[in-house]
Design a binder for this molecule. Structure first.
Ligand code: ZN
Length: 252
């Protein structure tokens, strides 16, 4: 009996030991699996963060039959806005987190309605419309930055501040103003003391849409000094670099 008892206890001891080893192996396996899973999830999250791209729509105003303001016999607003937009797109393709879409990339007529429909479909994080200013006499000069208000807040909207549309609207207001300030600062560095201030106005191209948007009136075609600059590819490049810098700052 004694022998049997001894062997019994020996067996149970061995089993216990085997159990312990198995338990340890299981624990290690489980820990490894959890670590692997955590690494996988982090990797996927990192990847999606890296893949998250900001979409900016650049709108070179006018085009085709619709020339905008004439600068010379052979150059109109539509040419300047397109040149700057193409150059700006080129600048921004270096950015991994920014996707650039143009409302037009050649000299073609696109109605305001079609541009608007396109923008509505794309739902960009930012829209930048480029124009050339004119009028107010030959002395009017410099650049202007316009941002929309997205309509006045009504009391009803204020009461339902948690409403999705209200939230989106205030995001659009904030983002537009934020970008307007960034652009103004950078263009001020390029054209010192030629800023005509930030101006609130609904932009025709995004009127009725909830998209953070800006219009930049790059300079006056009706001012001889401004016109010379607008026609120079050097200045066009400088404007696009200044706008690219603003986009990078905005999305940082
Ligand atoms: Zn225009």
């Amino acid at each position: 009996m004694n022998v049997d008892k001894q062997s019994d206890s020996a067996i149970s001891k061995r089993e216990f030991k085997t159990g312990e080893i198995m338990f340890n192996k299981k624990t290690i396996l489980a820990m490894l699996s959890i670590s692997f899973l955590a690494l996988m999830i982090c990797g996927i999250m990192d990847l999606s963060a890296a893949e998250k791209k900001h979409i900016i729509v650049i709108d070179p105003a006018h085009g085709g039959q619709e020339a905008g303001i004439k600068l010379t016999d052979s150059a109109a607003e539509k040419d300047i806005t397109l040149a700057v937009a193409l150059s700006l797109k080129k600048e921004l393709t270096k950015e991994k987190n920014v996707d650039v879409i143009l409302t037009r990339d050649s000299d073609k007529t696109i109605s305001l309605e079609d541009r608007k429909k396109n923008i509505e479909k794309i739902k960009p994080d930012l829209l930048l419309s480029l124009h050339v200013n004119g009028g107010f006499g030959k002395n009017a000069e410099g650049f202007e930055v316009y941002y929309p208000e997205f309509g006045e807040d009504t009391n009803k909207e204020k009461k339902t501040a948690k409403d999705d549309k209200f939230q989106l609207k205030s995001k659009c207001q904030n983002d537009s103003l934020k970008m307007a300030k960034i652009i103004q600062e950078n263009l001020n560095n390029l054209f010192p003391r030629r800023g005509r201030g930030l101006r609130k106005a609904d932009l025709p191209v995004t009127d009725g849409l909830l998209v953070p948007s800006l219009t930049v009136e790059m300079s006056f075609a009706t001012n001889p000094e401004d016109k010379k600059k607008l026609l120079s590819s050097k200045t066009q490049g400088e404007i696009s670099q200044s706008l690219a810098k603003s986009v990078r700052t905005f999305f940082r």
